[in-house]
Ligand binder design. Sequence first.
Ligand SMILES: [Zn+2]
Length: 364
Amino acid sequence: MIESRRRLADNREIIYFDANGTPGTREATDTRDLPVTTTHSECRYDALLGEWVVIASHRQSRTFLPPADQCPLCPSTPERSTEVPEPEYQVVVFENRFPSLATSVDPDLPAHVSGAPLAALRPGFGRCEVVCFTSDHTLSFAELSHERARLVVDTWAQRTTELSATDGVEQVFCFENHGEEIGVTLSHPHGQIYAYPFVAPRVRKILDQVRAHREAQGGNLFGEVLSSEREAGIRVVTSNQHWTAFVPAAARWPYEVQLFCHRQVPDIPALTDDERDAFVDVYLDVLRRFARRFDTPMPYIASWNQAPTRVGRDDWWLHLQLFSFRRAPGKLKYLAGSESGMNIFINDTTPEGVAEALRSVVVA
Ligand SMILES: [Zn+2]
């Protein structure tokens, strides 16, 4: 993989990732007259829940579903400059123009929210990056070649390594929101990477469970879940030598699949070449099943669960969660009272039935 680092007109970083043997020159410069944006986000502590909330009020004016001929993620042409100055690219990463978290935020904040001494306040420090998977506007991840998908995996690994080494970053989250129904504001095939200044609540909660299990019974909870799913097989969608994709026994979403590496590794950078290639095979297979399950491709969220950068790394087990809100053609699951109010999920599909349905999809 070849990295080329450049700066956009407003000094944001842009990094091109090209497969070995196919170097572009990547010398195009950003000629736009772009004002430098300032990020005014802050993290406020919810003392009752023990969780941080990011307040990013400057994001209201961001681009919302522009027509395809105004896509800011397409390559630049002589007539139109976009976020990517080059005339074509393979995979490219750049800092989000409207980030929720930024390294340049004002570090001097009061210790707590005005009038709320229990609500600690800290800068919205971190980084939000955009990852474009291809310069072809019309493709989806499910339609990428093996080689391109592998370049994306290597890009996630490189970004995870670099962001994890940044002082103050506690969690690196690579994800993709796919489909307008899920709130995607740009249809160009892309994902995002967030570097958070705290450990994600989901990760903290899982680590508590894993630790308690180890102390009570020995053994790694992740590994036991994986081996029992592999043995039972009824919720397995597909697998190969290094990865298994299964519908979790207590799935929350109408369509939910978790992809587990067979070897315990904390994060994407720890995967071997063989494991990365094997991941691509299983992931493209599952994505294509998602795309063909109904008449139109399912919207989905792909969410990498990586170890925090500094704590709990020996206990963690890398996996990807892939889930959709769609429960039937034209029907979406809404997070209503029970889910939004009490965080208790009520799922209208059975995990075993979903696994069977996904196994039955004919993947050409
Ligand atoms: Zn585009």
